[in-house]
Design a protein around this ligand. Structure first.
Ligand code: ADP
Ligand code: MG
Length: 953
């Protein structure tokens, strides 16, 4: 009440804003005669003039009146429409980066051309986002008349276009397209290996049409590009499997004899240290052994004793002695396994290869220093050494995963087999989790163990929410007929203000109160009767339903009564646009879900005005008032007469689930007769409250989603910008040098404890690691730096020393390869690694999120936990990228030919999806360009073109 009084005295904020814009509109109107007097040629010439003025530093705001005046005049000449003053206001609001609420039929399409033209003058592209391809095409062609008249280029992005066409469209001054296409192009661009393949330019200015649909209704489902997982390393699990079975057999018999011994001792009451030692051996060799668990269950005190002994032996580094009898050790708690020497030697006799990692440092040093062989021979041997190392580490890795699969993972406990697939069982809830996979080869190991065929697996390659996609634009604006009810959300999430623009002519549509029935059946019967009556009278009626099923049900009822009608369900936009365009003709009945036929104007047919215009009949309230308003807004456009009424029943979801006790008690009190509706404003208010509740609930869900997605978004920004730097070769050598610095610091921290004396430092461990990673022998032996200097060396100095040495090796590599060639290889290697690791990261984050949800964090705030753990995962991602990239780059020399990942730079099969809709895999066709003979071969082998596919050219 008070609010209303205050509003009346001071005017609402909206009114004040409108007042602020009034003089601007006056200025534009004042320019009209001047622009009207220009010849077509002179009007066209304005564009060049404006551009020049912008070049000289004039701001868009200053140019606005003239630019708008130019568009208005061009619109009159090219399309025969003179933008109304309210459209000018809408245009200004859009230029200011706000949401313009303009009712259906007010001409938002035309209003948008004003700011699009103005903003495109800056030369960085202006985008108009529509809800479907049909509208993108229609609007770009229709409004193209104005742009062409003013010498601006306009392009459209629709589904099925190839990259060359897309790139052309994005290069235009103004680009129309759907939210999905814009979003997917962004994701796809960030998977490319050549900057020339990028189709998008800048994210400067965008206007989102039907902004509430896109930024609110559709924002809950992210855009996802997925593709099949590449299973290249699967074979090895099958090869190693029989040997792990053999190893298990041998270990089992060792354990069995230890256990026999233990049982004897327990029986004889010999509960001494020796018994505990034996038990510890069993624990380390087979922690889940039933007989062992039995003994523990009967002698509760053992467990503590065993743990104590393990700690003592571990501290004294005596565990290896204890483990000598075993083939492998299983640490259940940390989910880690290890082969003992005995195990390694057993497996090395398997004929698969060496299971012992060669000492890269020592052996490569020996080869390099060997004066009896020439350089070519050296390279050959280094390559063999490298191959041996890779093979051994692959064998070890798969063996370890298989050991876990055999010892720690039990069928029907951790997983089940369903349809010849391993399905993970969630350890907290016991629910099956189809589609989920363990990472790092464990899943393949379990598959090999159970002998099931390897599933064709899909994984997320890239994903983004609309919220985060559209927030990338420097300036974002939106328009719709229904934004005001969601103003808080637009402001909160997108920092977008909503301005309600007055209609051009007064709105005279009559909105009748809801008619409420007891049952759904009665409701639909009443609706059908009403439709029949309207049909007979001749007045057109647009019937809104909440789902395709309901549309079809009603359609059947009407068919039985012999009422001709059309049914739309948002499938074929073009056809539906044609049908809906006719929905205003006399004797026309159109049934439509909310989504169908959007963006198409319903013009009234002859004689319909006299019949009262278009009647909108809603058959159910939607969850949000906004969507109801969208339906209503179809009627009464541009001052037309019209009417609307919603039919409800107590069985409708909204009333059933969210309606309060109050509604039902009022209904009781008023009494309801079979087939008789009631109308009561208390009930209408109750329904509105129910809707508000649902709206708030949905807002919470979206906000929640966004809070979580913000974490991923930071990660995506970091990775995509790193990727882009690499791709654009912006200081890739600096990126590599930075990686070296970080990695060296990490390694020293890892191997050197500054609190220890330098003679206790694990210099050997450090050197091995450097040798593995960088393939160099670092000079930090006493004889190299001098005994005293090593003593006096502080860890910081060591870091510097090592950095210098690694960088010197990198320098040398640059000289050998030639800077140019190395850059190109580095680029491909690093991009591939970033992509692979990013995809793995997406999966880890997903798993982590689910884990947090399941853990039910007690007092902890799950979002905070997600942020915290997400940060840890990001750090490990960055570290993996560093480690892999450096490893690969420093090994290039050793292998002479660029290493494996480069050749994997093949196109991935992609599938694009947004919620339920999945688009057919778009084949991303690359533009064929002539390849220089010395350029890297486009097949991705990493070799020069003349030595690869171009050899015969
Ligand atoms: P909205 O998107 O706001 O619902 P549209 O852009 O589809 O509305 O326009 C609705 C109708 O109004 C179109 O048929 C268009 O031709 C007409 N229209 C828009 N602006 C004008 C104008 N200034 N003068 C005449 N007709 C207009
Ligand atoms: Mg529209």
């Amino acid at each position: 009440m008070i609010g209303k009084v205050i509003k009346n005295i001071f005017g609402s904020k909206n009114e004040r804003e409108l007042k602020r814009l009034a003089p601007l509109v006056e200025t534009i109107n004042g320019l009209e005669p001047e622009f009207h007097a220009l010849s077509d040629q002179a009007l066209k010439g304005k564009t060049a003039e404006f551009r020049e003025r912008i070049g000289n530093g004039e701001s868009l705001d200053v140019l606005l009146p003239e630019a708008f005046a130019a568009v208005r005049e061009a619109s009159v000449r090219a399309l025969g429409m003179r933008p109304f003053d309210v459209q000018l206001i809408g245009g200004i609001v859009l230029h200011e980066g706000k949401i313009a609420e303009m009712k259906t039929g007010e001409g938002k399409t035309l209003a948008a051309t004003l700011p699009l033209y103005l903003n495109a003058l800056a030369g960085r592209g202006a985008h108009l986002v529509t809800v479907n391809d049909y509208l993108a095409k229609r609007d770009s062609e229709w409004m193209g008349g104005i742009y062409n008249f003013l010498d601006l280029s306009v392009g459209v992005i629709v589904h099925g276009m190839d990259d060359r066409e897309r790139k052309e469209a994005y290069a235009c001054d103004i680009t129309y397209g759907t939210n999905n296409e814009f979003g997917f192009d962004y994701l796809r661009d960030n998977m490319k290996f050549d900057k020339d393949d990028y189709v998008q330019r800048d994210f400067c200015y965008a206007i989102v049409d039907e902004v509430d649909s896109i930024l609110i209704d559709e924002s809950r489902t992210p855009l996802i590009i997925s593709g099949p997982v590449e299973h290249s390393e699967n074979k090895i699990y099958g090869e190693v499997k029989p040997h792990v079975i053999n190893l298990k057999k041998k270990q089992t018999s060792v354990i069995r004899s230890i256990l026999k011994d233990v049982r004897d001792r327990v029986q004889e009451g010999q509960l001494d240290d020796h018994t505990i030692e034996k038990l510890l051996q069993v624990k380390r060799g087979d922690p889940k052994n039933p007989a062992f668990l039995d003994i523990l269950a009967q002698n509760q005190a053992f467990k503590k004793e065993i743990d104590r002994l393990e700690n003592v032996l571990s501290a004294q580094k005596l565990l290896p002695e204890l483990d000598e009898v075993l083939y492998c050790i299983i640490d259940e708690r940390s989910n880690a396994v290890e082969l003992t020497e005995k195990g390694i030697s057993l497996l090395s006799g398997s004929g698969l290869g060496d299971f012992l990692l060669p000492d890269l440092d020592d052996e490569s040093h020996l080869i390099r220093e060997d004066e009896t062989i020439d350089d070519q021979e050296k390279d050959e041997r280094l390559k063999q050494l490298e191959d041996r190392f890779i093979r051994a580490s692959d064998l070890l890795h798969s063996t370890q995963q298989l050991i876990k699969a055999y010892w720690l993972f039990e069928k029907d406990v951790q997983y089940v087999i369903k349809d010849d697939q391993i399905v993970i069982v969630d350890e907290f809830t016991g629910r099956m989790m189809p589609g989920r996979r363990w990472s790092d080869g464990l899943h393949q190991a379990v598959e090999a163990k159970e002998g099931v065929s390897v599933a064709e697996e899909n994984q997320t390659l890239a994903t983004i929410t609309f919220q985060n996609f559209f927030r990338m634009y420097e300036k974002l604006a939106g328009m719709t007929g229904t934004a005001d009810t969601e103003a808080a959300e637009f402001n909160n999430i997108y920092k977008l203000d909503v301005m309600v623009i007055p209609t051009n002519k007064k709105m005279i549509r009559k909105d009748y109160p809801d008619a409420i029935y007891k049952t759904e059946r009665e409701k639909f019967q009443a609706a059908a009767r009403e439709i029949t009556a309207l049909y007979e009278k001749g007045q057109p009626v647009l019937v809104g339903t909440v789902s395709v099923e309901k549309s079809e049900m009603l359609s059947k009822m009407l068919k039985r009564s012999g009422i001709p009608h059309s049914v739309l369900n948002a499938k074929n936009h073009q056809r539906e646009a044609e049908i809906i365009a006719n929905a205003g003709q006399a004797k026309t009945v159109t049934i439509s879900t909310n989504m169908a036929g959007r963006g198409t104007d319903i013009v009234l047919g002859d004689g319909v005005l006299e019949l009262g215009g278009l009647h909108v009949l809603g058959t159910e309230r939607h969850e949000s008032r906004r969507v109801d308003n969208q339906l209503r807004g179809r009627s009464g456009r541009q001052g037309d007469p019209g009417s609307s009424r919603f039919y409800l029943s107590l069985e409708d979801d909204l009333l059933r689930i969210f309606g309060s006790e109050r509604i039902s008690s009022i209904m009781e009190r008023l009494g309801m007769d079979e087939g008789e509706p009631i109308e009561h404003n208390l009930i209408s208010r109750g329904i509105e409250n129910a809707q508000k509740k649902v709206e708030a609930h949905n807002f919470d869900i979206r906000k929640h989603l966004l809070e979580y997605d913000d974490v991923m978004n930071k990660h995506r920004e970091i990775i995509y910008s790193l990727r882009k730097d690499v791709l654009m070769e912006q200081g890739i050598d600096e990126i590599i040098t930075g990686m070296i610095d970080d990695k060296v610091e990490d390694l020293v921290e890892k191997w050197i404890d500054p609190k220890e004396y330098s003679e206790d430092w694990d210099i050997k461990g450090l050197r091995d690691h450097f040798s593995r990673l960088f393939g160099i022998r670092v000079g930090i032996e006493p004889e190299e730096v001098g005994e005293e200097s090593l003593d006096a060396l502080k860890p910081e100095d060591l870091v510097e020393l090592l950095k210098d040495q690694v960088k010197a090796a990198y320098e040398k590599k640059q000289t050998i390869f030639g800077k140019e060639d190395l850059r190109e290889i580095e680029k491909l290697v690093v991009l591939q690694i970033i992509d692979d690791q990013w995809i793995a990261h997406l999966q880890s984050m997903e798993h982590m999120k689910e884990g947090i949800g399941l853990r039910g964090y007690g007092q902890l705030d799950p979002l905070r936990e997600y942020q915290k753990e997400g940060y840890a995962l990001l750090e490990s991602l960055m570290d993996r990228i560093r480690e892999e990239a450096l490893g690969m780059i420093f090994r290039i020399q050793l292998m002479r030919e660029p290493p494996e990942p480069v050749s994997r730079k093949k196109r991935r099969a992609m599938r694009m999806s947004h919620g339920g809709e999945t688009e057919t895999p778009a084949t991303v066709r690359r533009t064929e360009k002539k390849v220089g003979r010395n350029e890297p071969c486009p097949c991705g082998s990493g070799k020069k073109y003349k030595k690869c596919c171009g050899a015969n050219a």
